[in-house]
Design a protein around this ligand. Sequence first.
Ligand code: F6P
Length: 528
Amino acid sequence: MSSQTTPSPAWKALEAHRDQIAALRVDELFASDPGRGASLTFACGPLTVDLSKQRMTGETLAALLALARERDMGAAIERLFTGSRVNVTEDRPALHAALRGDERVLVDGEDVVPAMQRGRERMRSFSTAVREGAWKGATGEPIRHVLSLGIGGSYLGPRLVTEALLAQADGPAVRFLANVDPAALDDALAGLDPATTLVVVGSKTFTTQETLANALAARAWITAKLGEGAVARHFVAATANIAEAARFGLPECNVFAFADGVGGRYSVWSSVGLPAAIAVGMPAFERFLGGAHAVDLEFRSAPPERNAPLLLALAGLWNRDLLGIPVHAVLPYAQRLASLPGYLQQLEMESNGKRVQADGSPVEQPTCPALFGEAGTLGQHSFYQWLHQGTQEASCDFIVVARAMGSREAEHAVLLANALAQSEALMTGSSTGDAHRDCPGNRPSTTIVLPSLEPAALGALVALYEHKVYAQGVLWGVNPFDQFGVELGKAIAGRILTAFTAPQAPLHPATSHLLGVIRKAAQGSPPR
Ligand code: F6P
């Protein structure tokens, strides 16, 4: 990943092609080529990815693939899977794919996979012991609830998997607490009994302020009833920082470690997934890993013109940079995937929300679009008006699950009909003769079909997006594996927090003013 000369030949060709097809409408392309659906639909492990509603032709794809070639995408993909230090600013490899495969991955000459497999074995025996009641709390009772603490990737991943695989969840119920908000803490603890609760602290660094504050509060809640000696029966950690977990008071056997080369937002495949593994069982969790691994193999070996993660990345770049569409909506038509937009918000925006290339030079084009979303059909009754008639265009991903869960076919048909209707409506628009009712259409969308909401398909879906993000990082020349932009706010929050106890601590005048307003407001009588 390095800076390119501006504009490169492939980029110039893309811009010229974009100008040539500026007036093109997708519905007209379908009218002239009814086979378009089939020719722009691609298999990806258990998934099917339909790009036919993208505002592009075969020539567009060819021009985009030329850009990928120009950026040496094949070599970049190989670097990801072979332990190269693709996280150049932090001089680290990105090892998330190694967590779900069995191929050797050499880092500094050493294969990192056996240690990962041992980590997986520990997850298996621990999650099984908790699920079967062999792991007892301090009073000898089995665990009935898991309280999962963590934020960012240490929260979004395990929550997504636990919610999406609810049909498989036959272990202790899992509650998630991410925000450092006393009300959220109270809500998370409400009705739980310390004697039957296991707290899993997920934090790669084990230094994240929000997570540690919640972990200390949960620890006090446990020890108040069960005593200090109960910590080792009621707390475990998923972390890359064993030393900090030890400082918290956890013996090494309660620490499920993972490699430093696994990024936080890519960590659900590691012990960070432990809460989900306890909920659904290790066999289901391993099918989740297996589905991702199938997509890894495809990303690594499928020819570019049939490589779905790469094509998804290219379609995204086309929309963002050539068509100038700054917003992307993720629309899962499955209530159990309601957390997916939030998960992808971190994955995409924290990875590729960057303004400089890996070598520090400015990027040459806009990078990651703003991403938002909502489970269908809820979004239809909220922001779809904006999608259809707003002045700002958005691209959309529709996520559709082909088979109904259980036997409720009729409701599932309603859900599917709505997903299909919306992607059709965004494409065709309408022309009624009434300006208030007209929809311009020609809004690009992708539809991703899962055969059913089972572990392998979920793993494949998440890996598809991970690889899309990596490929876009390569295309934009940015490092998708660092997140220095989040550090500034963390440092300032630390400084402001000291001002709560040391009023003379220097503060920015704007902050000092607002803190005064907040203090005054806090002095008013509380609402009843
Ligand atoms: O928001 C920044 C970030 O570092 C994310 O990348 C990460 O997922 C989150 O904080 C939590 O970090 P940790 O797992 O180290 O507590």
